[in-house]
Each structure stands twice: as structure tokens, then as C-alpha cells.
Design a protein around this ligand. Sequence first.
Ligand SMILES: Nc1ncnc2c1ncn2[C@@H]1O[C@H](COP(=O)(O)OS(=O)(=O)O)[C@@H](OP(=O)(O)O)[C@H]1O
Length: 292
Amino acid sequence: MDSLRPELFDFKGVSMSRYFTDNWENIQNFQARPDDILIATYPKAGTTWVSYILDLLYFGQISPERQTSIPIYQRVPFLELNISFEETGVNLADRLPTSPRLIKTHFPIQFVPKSFWEQNCRMVYVARNAKDNVVSYFHFDRMNKVQPEPGDWNSYLHRFMEGKVVFGSWHDHVNGWWKKKQSYSKLHYMFYEDMIEDTGREIDKLCSFLGLSPSVEEKKRITDGVQFDNMKKNDMANYSTLTIMDFKVSPFMRKGKVGDWKNHFTAAQNEEFDEDYEKKMKDSTLQFRTEI
Ligand SMILES: Nc1ncnc2c1ncn2[C@@H]1O[C@H](COP(=O)(O)OS(=O)(=O)O)[C@@H](OP(=O)(O)O)[C@H]1O
């Protein structure tokens, strides 16, 4: 399985691996529909969490069997994924029988296929503070055999700061989508830390953006079902059915916390990271919480 690990290379100014660029023409020519909902994130920012919430909001009641038979990564296809032994994300999305279609992407804003804009699709972006994000990404790259070799924590942290990880710079990603939100009204920008603080409140905001009004019981069922411990033991949400991931190295649903970075960063790494962060985020109005 180790031979599956790809190289990182520069693709149109963004560090990428072949698994997300090989199908480029088909991805860029993807035909979005007006009711498609694009769930966009930098990797490890809470994609699965929000995907599962959206899936429950739209289909939890009308097709409960879906919850016990179809893994989340098939219900919400990963648009740019192209691994030879799996169905491509584009094909999966094309064949989705549902309406709306929920589609996942980790693309920076400039890579989003143009038909999503032409169709004026709704988009949900989730951002997570950089420190917890890099820790989560490091453990993910250790256990996921189709990600480049992560190396040791210190070198990984430095590569993350330089944007030399798959999907490129965290700073460019969160800022690019944030800037887009100022001109594109159909983009709902969420924060992982807010979800941890009050999941119910964030579901309410999401519902108001989507024009949904679940009953009190339904909302309670969803809020409970998407709590970390419940998702962790839910085989349709925890990725345990995917063989490219080695859960003995690290589980997909790993900690689900704000502030785990403190268990990884040394004082020196933290200082260096903060200094670099200040420079890269100096023109941004985005505010993140690294503890709550
Ligand atoms: N319900 C819930 N509550 C809290 N945290 C949750 C939840 N579901 C997923 N997670 C955490 O999100 C991290 C995985 O991020 P993604 O789903 O974006 O991963 S991926 O990019 O789609 O591979 C990963 O974070 P870490 O635990 O810090 O590694 C998951 O544990």
C-alpha cells in the first residue's frame, strides 16, 4: 500500500497530488445543477461533520435506510477525487439520485468548476483554526496511504506553514473563500470552533441559510446524532469502511477538539508559527479561536 503515496507538486500555483488533478478536464467541465450544495473546506476542517449534518437535514427522515447502508463519502462525493480503484468523484456526483446533491470539495476558490457559479449554487464553507487544522492534517497524512509521506511533526509543521501540503496554503484557502463571501451571497461561512461551542446554534444558522425548518424533535435527533462520540462509532460516518486508511496508525475521528495543538506544538514552534501567521494574515479580517 505504501507505493500509493503520491508526490506533491506545484499545480497552477497550488501544491497538489495527482489524485486530485488527474481528472482535471472532467472536474472542470462538471455540470452543476441549481440546487446542488457544495461543501467546501481546507482538509480536516470539519467536512465530514457538516456533510453529515446536511445529509441528515435533507434525507434523515425521507430515507432513514440511507443512514445504515451508505457511507458518508458515497452520499457526499468528493468531486476532485480520482484514485484508480475507486469510482471518480465526478462519476459518483453525476450518478447521485438525490436532490439536492451534496458535493464535497477541498479546492481553493480559484479551482471551483465554473458551472457552480453559473448555476448560482449554494455553498457551505467550514474553516478551522490553523493550529488544530495542521495537527489533524498531520495525523491524517500518517494514516492515509494516498497522501504524501508526512515525515516528522516538525518538518510537517514547516511545510504546512509554506503551503507545501496537498491543497496548498491554509492561509490562501481560508482567505480566498472569505473574500468570495463578500460578493457571493450564496456562500455560508462557518467555523469549526463555533460548531464545537454550540452545535445546535450553528445548525440553526445553517437551516436559516438553506431555508429549512426542522421540527424541534428532528433538530434534537440531528444534534445528538452528529456529536463526536456518536459519529465516531457510526460506521457510515467514521470512514472505517475505507481500506486506504490505517486506523491502527490514527483513527479518522481522532479527537474532535479545539486546542489539541497544545499537545503537539513546542513553545518554540508556537512562537515561530505565530510570527509567520501574523505576516500571512495581516490583511485579513478573519478571526480564529485556538481555544474556547
Ligand atoms: N462530530 C464531530 N465533532 C467534532 N469533530 C469532528 C466531528 N466529526 C469529525 N470531526 C473532526 O474533524 C476532523 C476531520 O476533518 P474532515 O472531516 O474535514 O476531514 S477530511 O478533510 O474530509 O478528510 C477530525 O479532527 P481531529 O480529531 O482533530 O483530527 C475529526 O475528528
